[in-house]
Design a protein around this ligand. Structure first.
Ligand SMILES: [Cu+2]
Length: 399
């Protein structure tokens, strides 16, 4: 495996909202790397995109990341060079920015959900660039981990309220988490607070996405369970929570909402909408061996190609708002991740929660409204890493 500080997942990095993050990346890998701070609002120079925001950090070299973390929430970090292999070998870690005054809970847990593709001897299968995987659902692993460990039992005092920070840090696997046997409320998505909502449907998390949940421990002697039911007919139990010890008082009311992050509210768009068509995949007419996936007819296979070599998809003024129409013209899921901006997805007749990664279902069309404040060249790409590596990537410019 490849690991941050020898750990899989890497250490949970934590700061308080408004702190200055200081991380020195020292590259002991046999190939160049960078660190991308997924979901954090960073100045462009620290976004970790090789050839676009920084030079790749060569083996034996180092790079200092230093910026203020403006928003509380659950985020993560990972490489942005040869990402399919570097994440596929284990380079991921969670990043928590604590609220200045954190809400009172009985426990604060973080689950980094990952998977690996292992052979019968327990070794990582090294076919990272397998074109069959890339043209279909991506490199879905065959073993799922919580914080690097196999399915496990957790325990808490009866009726305890646990803040559960969920991070989907897989290369391709999508989760649909069903909470059975006790109550769970959704608190935040992709780091940002949402109106508190009792979870009655499975909580869907595509690669790159996060959710904060309050999970209530059941009554004495009972067990609550989390099942992943995303892929039809392939459900499994992810974790169990056993109530033991002295009972806490059962609180009937839902948990209080988290304090909002200091994001400007989205105003009306100030420039014409832009259309993004996702194309390609196995058996599609647009796909070729060189370019399996495309955005608006173009394949970008290397982050470094964007800067100066390929025109940006669109340009947006800092402080302005833009509507994007996202058309998934493929029969596969795509978690589309935007760097450097925040956005809301149109859900019915209103704008949904703030997020950085939008999961598009096969053939789905949707509308997002995005807001930019940091100038620079920023990536937009599918977070199914085999799709990204085979063309489903582009960039845009904030001026
Ligand atoms: Cu994709």
């Amino acid at each position: 495996m490849w690991a941050y500080n020898g750990q899989y997942p890497g250490p949970v990095l934590s700061w308080r909202q408004g702190d200055t993050l200081r991380v020195r990346l020292h590259n002991d890998l046999p190939q160049p790397t960078t660190v991308h701070w997924h979901g954090i609002r960073v100045p462009n120079a620290y976004d970790g995109v090789p050839g676009m925001t920084q030079d790749p950090v060569q083996p034996g070299k180092q790079f200092d990341y230093r910026f203020v973390v403006p928003d509380a929430g659950t985020y993560w970090y990972h490489p942005h060079v040869n990402t399919i292999e570097q994440i596929g070998r284990g380079l991921i870690g969670a990043l928590v920015v604590h609220e200045r005054k954190p809400p009172e809970v009985d426990a604060d847990w973080l689950w980094a959900l990952t998977d690996l593709r292992l052979d019968r001897s327990g070794q990582i299968v090294e076919n990272f660039n397998d074109l069959h995987d890339a043209a279909h659902a991506g490199r879905v692993g065959n073993v799922v981990f919580i914080n690097g460990a196999l399915q496990q039992d957790f325990s808490a005092r009866p009726h305890a309220r646990i803040r559960l920070r969920l991070l989907a840090a897989t290369s391709a696997r999508i989760f649909g988490l069903r909470f059975d046997g006790s109550r769970a409320w959704l608190l935040a998505i992709d780091g940002h607070p949402v109106p508190v909502q009792l979870l009655s449907e499975p909580l869907v998390l595509g690669p790159g996405q996060r959710a904060d949940v309050i999970w209530e421990a059941p009554t004495e002697g009972q067990t609550a369970r989390v099942r992943d039911v995303f892929y039809p007919g392939r459900g499994y139990e992810l974790a169990a929570l056993k109530a033991s010890g002295a009972a806490l008082t059962l609180v009937q009311s839902p948990p209080a909402p988290l304090p909002a992050n200091p994001l400007p509210e989205l105003g009306p768009p100030t420039q014409p909408e832009f259309v993004i068509n996702l194309q390609g995949g196995a058996m599609s007419r647009e796909a070729s061996r060189e370019a399996i996936w495309l955005i608006n007819g173009k394949a970008m296979k290397n982050e470094a190609m964007g800067h100066g070599h390929q025109p940006p998809l669109f340009t947006l003024k800092s402080g302005h708002t833009l509507d994007l129409v996202l058309n998934n013209r493929t029969v596969w899921h795509h978690p589309l991740h935007f760097h450097g901006v925040w956005l809301r997805q149109r859900l019915g007749d209103q704008w949904g929660p703030v997020r950085d990664t939008v999961l598009l279902s096969p053939q789905e069309s949707t509308r997002v409204r995005l807001f930019a404040d940091q100038p620079g060249h920023w990536m937009v790409h599918c977070h199914v890493l085999g799709h990204q590596a085979n063309g489903m990537m582009g960039h845009f410019v904030v001026v």
